[in-house]
Ligand binder design. Sequence first.
Ligand SMILES: Cc1cc2nc3c(=O)[nH]c(=O)nc-3n(C[C@H](O)[C@H](O)[C@H](O)COP(=O)(O)OP(=O)(O)OC[C@H]3O[C@@H](n4cnc5c(N)ncnc54)[C@H](O)[C@@H]3O)c2cc1C
Length: 360
Amino acid sequence: MNKQTDVLIVGGGFGGVGVAQKLSKSGVSVTLVDRKNYFEVTFAMLRNVANPKLFGNMPRKLYSDFIEGEFIQGTIESLNDREAKLASGEIIRFKRAIISTGSRYPSLPLAKSISALDYSERSHEISGNHQKLTSARSVLVIGGGVVGVELAGEIASAFPDKVITLAHSGDALLDTLKPKAQRKALEQLNNRGVTVKFNRRFAKDVDVYRCSKSNETLQVDLAYACVGMLPNTEFLKAELPGVLDGSGLIKVDAYMRIEGYENLYALGDCAALDVNKHGYVASVQGGVLADSLIRSEQGKKVKPYKTPPFAVIAATGTDSGVAQMPFGVTTAKFFVNLKQKDLGISNMYKMYGSVPDGLV
Ligand SMILES: Cc1cc2nc3c(=O)[nH]c(=O)nc-3n(C[C@H](O)[C@H](O)[C@H](O)COP(=O)(O)OP(=O)(O)OC[C@H]3O[C@@H](n4cnc5c(N)ncnc54)[C@H](O)[C@@H]3O)c2cc1C
């Protein structure tokens, strides 16, 4: 079956849902396609695995329960500047298409699932991961970026008696943050009993983890590799190979238009727009793009996109964290709690004109 829409949005993450809701509210005919049938607040997933009782299914919500325009569950296999083809064989023709297919963490599917495309399968996947973690006495977290730091902190908060090691290849945690944020995060993790090892590269070697730099070995019950984000852009290679840069990101101009095309746009983790790939940045981009498309339809002037001020809050457990705000680094509760309260779940749904499941 073939269909026609004004605006096709491929990918319902923070960017795609943001642009879909705003365009639909202004009366634009929008079709959102995602391979999953649910939206999920990624920020909450590490705590959701470490302690599922805290938020239950609150991070997830069926698209059909809150998306204003049309939603189709399906995987887009190829796309050109007129139509997209789904894995089911269905063709969707469009006037404009917005690509917001985000990224994946192949080494850590608990953070963003690769195979659980259905809401209940995902809940099952989370509880399976929680069971595994519960029965492990010792845990190795590989990678000291925000994801690794947060995972080590969440596990230490939920299971203070586990032996937790965080191994990082560099000589400071949170590479992209300021030295004060790096020091504070280390202090907070150490206070929770996490052992942090720097300049280590551990990989599985039969039944141990071996460091390729020092040859040191670790025997652990469970290991998580928190490294290696990849953009979900392979499906563009068949018909639009020239739009991808060397890292697989989609090349866009300052109006989020895909280079060389007037009616194709890209935003969020899959676009070469902002260096820092953050969910809140993707939702800002979604809002800006929706406004620009509405203004250009009305014949009004459109301003180029400007990167929002850099702000990151890294939680190091349920009641601690570091915030690097535009004015500096702080561990003050007021700022850390902007994320800690419910890891941004209510705020994200509010932004999309909805509420989390369980709070209706
Ligand atoms: C553990 C963790 C913690 C994080 N913490 C924070 C944080 O505290 N603050 C913050 O701002 N950011 C955080 N991030 C980063 C944030 O999650 C990403 O920047 C954000 O998810 C990007 O949003 P997006 O809309 O670009 O893409 P995504 O959220 O990746 O969504 C892309 C969507 O596209 C769909 N899709 C992909 N390919 C196809 C296809 N071919 N056909 C159909 N559908 C497709 C996917 O199913 C998915 O739903 C964190 C990330 C992780 C992993």
